[in-house]
Design a protein around this ligand. Structure first.
Ligand code: SAM
Length: 347
């Protein structure tokens, strides 16, 4: 069985947010107010995490993944919030890795608990890791995330390389005026370490987003600056199932550099993914709040057959692409179409 939308895009990739809780408060991602004006709004609405009962249980997550797997989904990424805060994460990974048609289980994490959990996660079935690291400066790390944890995360990254996770990707959200002065230092990491440093354009997500066009730095501009300072970037061929990153390498590098351009050169036409939010909604497009409440359906007793049909019918309506108001990343003052917090979507 396959899962495709009305535009003929095949859905083979499900991203699962296993919790909305996070142990960092990155200013551009967390649910906390982002500007003084927003700080006057009701904090009960903006700062809270979901009550436990609003999160999917392990069994509910597994049921959704199994249903998607029967419909042809092969790739699962676990994310959050911070997924390493989810109790029994290894158990969830182990159960998913026993589904024969799932060929790839990966994880996106802030890395704070990798020293403690990486070995267990590898044994459970995770091979590919994305670790978020927007800066190499400990003081700036504290400013961006609210926590003095740079060294801990860096040690976690080294630990994962020792454990032979492959690939280890370092997610860097590039924000003009915040960390773009570190573009070269971050790219140069690939000369010394076998990691993929992947630069991600800053996206307008959530009602309290701190995104605006003046903070947007396009991947083209990043590439240009890197080549000026570090020499030519050579394209690295990607497999058929590769994601939306364009990947390049510097001469004599141990690692490579990925660029993800959701704003300046979006990849909607080839999008193969949907998302399961921490509170059990299927999100058809990162930028669209048009969702299906699967948790309610499951808790109201939907049968396996009905669940399969509901997913097939819903996926057909996957939006064609992102809202024109943000395309190109150059227009100021537009309200993003996406109201939901990134911490419940998972990136
Ligand atoms: N806590 C985990 C982590 O830090 O990787 C997983 C969740 S986090 C929401 C997933 C990814 O989304 C991170 O790499 C984060 O930097 C990225 N992200 C969050 N808000 C973003 C935004 N507005 N634009 C681009 N990337 C964003």
């Amino acid at each position: 069985m396959t899962l495709s939308d009305d535009l003929g895009r095949n859905i083979t990739y499900l991203r699962v947010s296993v919790t909305d809780r996070c142990n960092l408060q990155c200013f551009y991602c967390s649910s906390h107010p982002q500007t003084p004006e927003q700080a006057t709004q009701d904090c009960a609405e903006t700062c809270r995490f979901l009550p436990q009962e609003e999160l999917l249980t392990d069994a509910e997550i597994l049921r959704v993944v199994e249903t998607f797997a029967k419909l042809g989904v092969q790739k699962i990424r676990l994310t959050g919030g911070e997924p390493l805060l989810r109790p029994n994460l290894s158990g969830i990974v182990q159960s998913i890795s026993q589904i024969p048609s799932i060929t790839d289980i990966s994880l996106t994490t802030n890395g704070i608990f990798l020293l403690e959990q990486a070995r267990g996660l590898k044994a459970a079935g995770i091979r590919r890791l994305n670790i978020s690291l927007d800066t190499l400066q400990p003081e700036r790390y504290r400013t961006i995330t609210g926590h003095d944890a740079f060294q801990r995360v860096w040690n976690g990254i080294l630990h994962c390389l020792e454990l032979s996770f492959s690939p280890v990707k370092l997610n860097v959200v590039m924000i003009k005026g915040v960390n773009d002065d570190e573009l070269i230092d971050l790219a140069a990491l690939t000369l010394k370490w076998p990691v993929q440093v992947r630069f991600i354009e800053f996206m307008p997500i959530g009602r309290y987003t701190s995104w605006n066009a003046s903070r947007h730095l396009s991947c083209e501009e990043m590439k240009h600056r890197i080549q000026q300072r570090l020499g030519p970037l050579t394209a690295v061929a990607q497999g058929r199932n590769a994601g939306p990153a364009e990947v390049y390498a510097l001469a004599n590098a141990l690692g490579n550099i990925g660029f993800i351009s959701p704003i300046s050169r979006h990849f909607c036409a080839t999008c193969n993914r949907v998302r399961l939010t921490a509170d059990g909604h299927i999100r058809l497009c990162l930028f669209s709040d048009n969702e299906l409440d699967l948790k309610a359906a499951m808790r109201n007793g939907i049968s396996d057959e009905e669940l399969t049909k509901l997913l097939q019918d819903t996926i057909r309506r996957k939006p064609a692409g992102l809202d024109k108001s943000i395309e190109g990343g150059t227009e100021t003052g537009k309200t993003p179409s996406c109201q939901r917090r990134m911490s419940t979507i998972g990136g």
